[in-house]
Ligand binder design. Sequence first.
Ligand SMILES: N[C@@H](CCC(=O)N[C@@H](CSC=O)C(=O)NCC(=O)O)C(=O)O
Length: 278
Amino acid sequence: METISANKSHHGTQYVCSHPSIATKTEMLFSVFVPHGDGPFPVLWYLSGLTCSHANVTEKGEYRKACAEHGIIFVAPDTSPRGESVANGETYSMGQGASFYIDATQAPWKEHFQMKSYVENELPELVAREFLMADTSRQGITGHSMGGHGALMIGLRNPGKFRSISAFAPITSPMNCPWGEAALSSYLGGDQAAWAEYDSCELIKKGATPDALLIDQGLADEFLSEQLKPNLLEEACKDTNINLRLRRHEGYDHSYYFISTFLTDHIEWHSKRLLAQS
Ligand SMILES: N[C@@H](CCC(=O)N[C@@H](CSC=O)C(=O)NCC(=O)O)C(=O)O
């Protein structure tokens, strides 16, 4: 691993790092905020949305003060493999910057687009090795939009790894929205059973039972009714008695102005669960 930058901020250090990934077979960038002190500190993962890299939340998320106060390490991976030799799509919702956190099975994507494995296994193992104050036995996961889908999906699939799950304006059911349908059919082919393994509502219907979920959604979000559909998650959780706290906020859109307003609430929510004695 190479440290690209390290900046002292809010009684911690904000790092940007790079490493050669085995899963994606590319060089991958990620950012990590580490509170000062010996730890051990639990880890909160933040998965970003379409068109983003690690940089969007790092520069606009305003999470460092709360993470330093609560003693939480905050890691933001990139949203896909990148590079000239990596397949790409023709729109911003396919290809580089738009992995949907899937392990692709179809050409030309499967060579590098193995982001589920990268986020579930490879990057947590690297963080545990390189940041000795990180306690990866206590991890939470959150994210925005496509990254909100990623956080819900990876969190629901891995209850033993992620103790707490939240999201901002997530794509709740990629099988039932234009962005998701295009991505799932390209990355996984036509088999709807394979799609369902990456659909949070389907995972809940099939028996995933998180202790609780926290979702924030702006009501002035331009993607709300066509792509995000929080009502689908609401119905799935109601049918299965999952404790969903879905907060709808008048006037907030899809931007980082919205995310940065409520990210401190999410850090507090995760901190209660990650710092609790188990
Ligand atoms: N108008 C944007 C469209 C892409 C966009 O809105 N991306 C969102 C995530 S959408 C769902 O995954 C985002 O977070 N953008 C980055 C930001 O810093 O706001 C475009 O054309 O780029």
